[in-house]
Design a binder for this molecule. Sequence first.
Ligand code: MSP
Length: 514
Amino acid sequence: MTFVITTPLYYVNDKPHLGSVYTTIICDSIARYKRLAGEDVIFITGVDEHGLKIQRTANEKGIEPKSHCDEISEVFNNNWKDWNISFDKFIRTSSKNHEFVVNEFYERVKASDDIYMGVQKGWYCVGCEEFKDNPENSSTYKCPIHQKNLEWKNEENLFFRLSKYQKEIERIINEPSFIEPIERKNEIINFVSRGLKDFSISRTNVKWGIPVPGYDNHTFYVWFDALLGYVSAISSDATEHSLEKSINGGWPADVHLIGKDILRFHAVYWPAMLISAKMKVPKKVFGHGFLTREGQKMGKSLGNVLDPDLLLTKYGNDPVRWYLIKDISLGNDGDFQDKRFVDIINNDLANTIGNLLNRTSSMSRKWFNNKVPNKEKIFNEKKLENFAKIAVENYIYNFDNYKLDLAANEVLSLAINTNLYLNDNQPWLLIKEKDNLPLVKEIIYNVLESTRIIGLLLIPLLPELSTKINDQLGSIYREEIPWKKQLIWGLLVSNSSLPKPTPIINKLEYEEHL
Ligand code: MSP
């Protein structure tokens, strides 16, 4: 089974910001989870390089758009490697392969009689690369996302007959799992109910774009071109008949994970374009919320932009991942708070999970000759086993339903309950009586077994920390066995060796100004 998941294709006007890191981390976690669950994953990310915004950014730097894009695309690609993102495809929309796909796709849409020449007049936000629907006082109105004035445009453009697809789009957006979360779905249903208008798909004032065949001074509108990047990514090594290769190579996408501001493009325009080209529509569009910082919108003018590079070098990958996945409910807006970040990491990762691993492996090494004790079943007390079983079930249910925060919380609550189990049973007191040895063995085995399951459940969420847990417990994860099968209680091998403990996570220090 192929599972295709995509991040948005990020504009290369600047290096990745916290918002793009957020989406990419969430996609990475889902991609890792699906791989472990046995699916054949194609995880697509990449960059959106054309359009007026990028053309202007390059002009301001006094360089050609192509060299600007080369430079920033490289930054994105390297950044995702630094964040340990397990992407399979990185698409650049300035690539030759992509141009082939766009042209082939355009021919199909034309063949459906969905393209005509018209005049486009309206107020345009260059930041969004989008015409805005007649905002009041448009000349002074600032786009709420980019805080910039709109620009008046009046030009001959080619149009796509979106209006023709009103009924089909209504049907698609009402399908139960097409748009998530539900609030976003309602926004789109409202928008579509007002009646779909045709939209322009070419520009005459933008040189930095893919030329429209047959129209000398027209380039494709950046969104028409960019959405197709998801398709061309699949056939990234092809040069011609690329569209066909993508269709056979895994299209349609199972999920486009995007921010809520670009939902219309993905849930309305994109399916209509695909239907017109006689292609399948994506199975799901998930619109996540926006991140703020200490309650405020992040912006250069506000001087409060949190540089993800800084977070990565200062705190490392896993702490940032944990905060973004566990503290923000996917679909809702989230707030990055420096103090809260440090507290959560120290509580959850250092004090709860790290400490659990350290103390249990130390006890076991000390009392049982550096080994896992024998799996005694004398008392056969199943409290922890039952906790673990429920945690695994809930985790899988939540992950399958894109509730990553709840999945992460299941792991944490298993760790909390395992610590409680230890504290309740106090094996450090029991060990003083020789007769208690079987009971101590059973307790320690149970605790180590629960820690093994915690380590396995953390693989998609925290790839680096979970590897350390795995190493610490003596390489318990076995690639040749399906991951879900390894989540069954009782598979920790009695008398296997436990390597020397090393701290798996350091406590963080809070600094007022990050
Ligand atoms: N190039 C288009 C996408 C084309 S997809 C075929 C684009 N790029 S973007 O770089 O401007 O935005 C990428 C993503 O970042 C969007 O999903 C947007 O919602 C998201 N975010 C921008 N600011 C954000 C936050 N403050 N918080 C979370 N995500 C945010 O749009």
